[in-house]
Each structure stands twice: as structure tokens, then as C-alpha cells.
Ligand binder design. Structure first.
Ligand SMILES: [Zn+2]
Length: 262
């Protein structure tokens, strides 16, 4: 019984036959998937997919690298999407300084505004941070009052010290494909120190396919590779770890307990 806490099945053009894909994912034992938006359109599409498919839930928000899509009123529209029974989180949000010419102050403003939105909606946040660890941590510390419904550092790839700081803020740490990569020694150490009540797993599909499928189109059907590697690193039984992660996901994303329409 697996859960994939972060995937982007809302890339319409990347995954052909949706019914066949979901059947394949279910067949390997993946029971629930959180389908994550990166702008308004992708969030609205994820909401529609979640309404139509019993194994999908969704998150809605603006990724820091997609702010050029932002239009006046979009945060209100995202809030309206999240009123749906299967809208589990505000995400993904955060900071990404990877690309040249990023508008860091615009990213910070959008990040703060969405932390505030999550607090207002009483929903957890899904946080993306790339090449921006110091600023991400500073913003989270400064906005701690808005983290009262919790959050997760998705696809964590930072240091042990950074992970400890996020844990102190009450956040969960989620591992994706990179933890399975052969050169991931630093991340291996992080996977060993995250307390079992704060660990999550995800694929971040369609990106970052785990070993041994690296370089291929990733899907939530590959999430067992992440669980296997985490169990190995932590010296835990894979099935027990899967049960803990499943429980953690439901503790953080409380709306995962909602099924279908109300
Ligand atoms: Zn993502």
C-alpha cells in the first residue's frame, strides 16, 4: 500500500491514456496520489482530475518559476479550487533561483502571500526550494505563524543541517528520485536522520525517475523504488515504513480522508 505525495499527472501532453496510466499505477499498489499544480491552469486541471478519479487528490498554487503566468485574482481562484473536498494543500510554492534572471523579490512575495493563503484556508503547504535554501528557511522562520496547518519540504535535496532546521519548524521532509541516485551520499545521510513520524515519499513525476529507471518518463508507479531505498538506508522493514508514510501523509494532508464529492 503506497502513497505518492507529489506528482504532476496534470501534464496533459506528457501522459497519453489517463485511464490506462491510472490502472497501471493502481496495479503496483499505489493507492493515493497528490496531483500538484504549478500555476492556475495546471491547478484547475489537477482539481478536475481529482474529481474524476478515486485515487487522485490535488494541491493548487504558483510555483516560483511560473510566476509569469500569474494574473490578478489568481490567488482567489486558487482558494476557490481548494474549497473542493479533495483539495489537500497549497502548492507547490517556494523559491527557485536555479535559472538566470530570476526575480527573487517577486518569488519571495508570491511565496509569502501563499503561506498566508494556506493559513487562511487552514491547509498545509507543499514547499519547493532549489538553490535558495537560506532564503527559504528565513522566510519560513519569519512566517512561522502561517505554518500552523503544517507543510512539507518536497523533493528534499539539501543538507542534514538544513533538514534539521525544517524539522524544528514542524515541517515534514519528503524524498523523491534523487535519494535513489548512486551519487546521493549526502542525501543518504539525511534520509537516516528524519524521524519516522515526519518522513514522506513522492515521485515528482514526470521528472526525476528513480534508479534503475533514471532518464525515463517518471510516473507514480515508480514510487515503490523510493520506499525500497528509504527502508534500506534506514534499516527498516519496507512494509512498515510504507504504513508509517501513509499515516504521516494523512496526518499532514487531512483532506486525504475525503473521498469523492460532497
Ligand atoms: Zn513538483
Amino acid at each position: 500500500m503506497y502513497i505518492d505525495t507529489h506528482a504532476h499527472l496534470n501534464y496533459e501532453e506528457k501522459y497519453g491514456d489517463e485511464a490506462a496510466l491510472l490502472a497501471h499505477i493502481r496495479a503496483v499498489g499505489v493507492e493515493k496520489i497528490i496531483d500538484v499544480g504549478w500555476n492556475y491552469t495546471s491547478s484547475a486541471y489537477a482539481a478536475k482530475q481529482a474529481q474524476a478519479n478515486s485515487c487522485l487528490w490535488f494541491a493548487a498554487g504558483f510555483h516560483p518559476s511560473n510566476l509569469e503566468d500569474f494574473r490578478e485574482g489568481d490567488f482567489e481562484k486558487i482558494a476557490a479550487l481548494l474549497a473542493a473536498p479533495k483539495g489537500v494543500a497549497v502548492g507547490e510554492i517556494g523559491l527557485d533561483y536555479h535559472y538566470e534572471n530570476t526575480d527573487e523579490s517577486a518569488q519571495k512575495r508570491a511565496f509569502c502571500a501563499q503561506l498566508e493563503l494556506a493559513h487562511a484556508l487552514c491547509l498545509p503547504v507543499i514547499i519547493h526550494s532549489r538553490d535558495a535554501a537560506a532564503d527559504t528557511l528565513q522566510i519560513l522562520k519569519d512566517n512561522r505563524r502561517y505554518l500552523d496547518c503544517g507543510g512539507v519540504m518536497h523533493c528534499f535535496s539539501g543538507s542534514e543541517e538544513t533538514a534539521k532546521e525544517y524539522l524544528k519548524l514542524g515541517l515534514y521532509i519528503s524524498f523523491a528520485g534523487p535519494v535513489t541516485f548512486k551519487n546521493a551520499r549526502r542525501l543518504d545521510e539525511v534520509a537516516k536522520i528524519v524521524p519516522s513520524e515526519r518522513i514522506l515519499a513522492e515521485t515528482d513525476s514526470p521528472y526525476l525517475a528513480p534508479e534503475p529507471l533514471r532518464g525515463t518518463l517518471n510516473t507514480p508507479a515508480n514510487v515503490p523504488f523510493i520506499y525500497k531505498k528509504l527502508a534500506q538506508l534506514r534499516g527498516e522493514d519496507e512494509e512498515e515504513l510504507a504504513q508509517k508514510i501513509y499515516k504521516n501523509a494523512h496526518t499532514l494532508f487531512t483532506k486525504l480522508n475525503n473521498h469523492g464529492k460532497i
